[in-house]
Design a protein around this ligand. Structure first.
Ligand SMILES: Cc1ncc(COP(=O)(O)O)c(C=O)c1O
Length: 369
């Protein structure tokens, strides 16, 4: 849809783009300055799992922000969270293994699983459940072949978070399946709108630590998607295997980017709260407009930067087409395993969010905005 929106624009049409999956902010100035200094020096390969300074900075940031501590042997750095996840799947999945992916899911997880010869098992999570995986649904989906369960909170595209009690209940199910690993994709942990600390499955079930891969990176929190730096915390054996895969595909992520990521993690952190408030204003403004429509049912997202309304009727692909024709680009929910929904990104300025939401409401009402 982003590509089609760009084509329409190139043809002179005015299109409001709500498809973006990345922050519209600049990277922190101190990260850019560190990269500029580094780029002027001779720059060689680094260890496959990242420079020691980055592993240390990532560990310290996790301790500072989420009170979880890991040793140096428990961190792997890759070209974004995505590559760490792919490496983990590639290192552990065998043909016929199953990976439980609650839907709506981040587009890409099922294909990664299939690329590794394994089978994605999609577990739908309803609007009514706030898009949260229930312990019963998890218990019904786990089999002897389940190698991984994917958790992603705040979720893309739902923005849903999991509270402590839910994570405890999910962990209770997973304790009965000791060969199942748990991927906790926490890339949006800093973009949350409810008060209180972030709760990870690593907090709720410390006894499962040896089975958890906690993934994070600089893409969303620090608006550094294109710099390609992410990391995973997990048991040393898994980290070792992830690093082995990393070594044989792209060696390491960019050295300059790693140095910039260290600066982002160690530098002033006030921009995280400032940006969160900007996202919150956009979320509230978009939500207020969407709530006026009887054609949409929109759950208030707890985090990330997406609204994920359900259409009262009709299919999402046709709706996204009609909306594009009306001047607003959105992503159909089918891309995330949730037909009947639309994903609207508010990682764009307030007036764009408002205008886009007005076009959506008016178009669904059958009136031209
Ligand atoms: C849930 C989730 N995980 C991971 C990623 C990828 O992050 P990275 O840029 O660090 O690869 C994204 C990006 O859209 C995402 O939404």
């Amino acid at each position: 849809m982003a590509r089609r929106a760009a084509e329409y624009r190139a043809a002179g049409r005015r299109i409001i783009d709500l498809t973006l999956g990345e922050p519209d902010f600049a990277p922190p100035v101190h990260a850019v300055a560190a990269a500029q200094r580094a780029a002027a020096r001779p720059m060689g390969y680094t260890p496959a799992n990242g420079i020691p300074e980055l592993r240390r900075a990532a560990r310290h940031a996790l301790e500072r922000d989420r009170a979880l501590s890991y040793s140096d042997a428990e961190v792997a750095v890759g070209c974004g969270a995505k590559q760490v996840i792919f490496n983990a799947f590639f290192a552990t999945l065998r043909p016929g293994d199953e990976v439980i992916i609650p839907a709506p899911y981040r587009a890409g997880y099922p294909d990664m699983v299939r690329l590794c010869g394994a089978v994605p098992v999609i577990v739908p999570c309803s609007t009514e459940s706030g898009f949260r995986l229930s312990p019963d649904a998890l218990a019904a989906a786990v089999t002897d072949r389940t190698r991984w369960v994917v958790l992603n909170a705040p979720g893309n595209p739902s923005g849903a978070t999991c509270n402590h009690d839910l994570l405890v209940a999910l962990a209770e199910v997973l304790r009965r399946h000791p060969s199942t690993l748990i991927l906790s994709d926490e890339i949006y942990a800093h973009i949350r709108y409810r008060a209180g600390e972030y709760v990870s499955i690593a907090h709720a079930a410390p006894d499962l630590r040896e089975r958890i891969l906690l993934v994070d990176g600089v893409s969303k929190a620090y608006a550094m998607t294109g710099w390609r730096v992410g990391w995973g915390f997990g048991p040393p054996d898994l980290i070792h295997r992830i690093t082995a895969v990393q070594t044989h595909n792209c060696t390491q992520t960019s050295t300059v980017s790693q140095i910039a990521a260290v600066a982002a993690l160690r530098g002033p952190q006030d921009l995280l709260a400032e940006r969160r408030e900007t996202y919150r204003r956009r979320r509230d403004a978009g939500l207020a407009i969407l709530k006026r429509s009887r054609h949409l049912d929109t759950v208030e997202p707890d985090g990330a930067f997406y609204l994920f309304p359900r259409l009262a009727a009709g299919d999402d692909l046709a709706a996204a087409d009609a909306l594009l024709e009306a001047g607003c680009a959105t992503v159909p929910g089918s891309a995330f395993g949730a037909p009947g929904h639309l994903r609207l990104s508010f990682a764009t300025d307030l007036s764009t969010v408002e205008e886009g939401c007005r076009i959506i409401v008016a178009t669904l009402e059958g009136v031209s905005a």
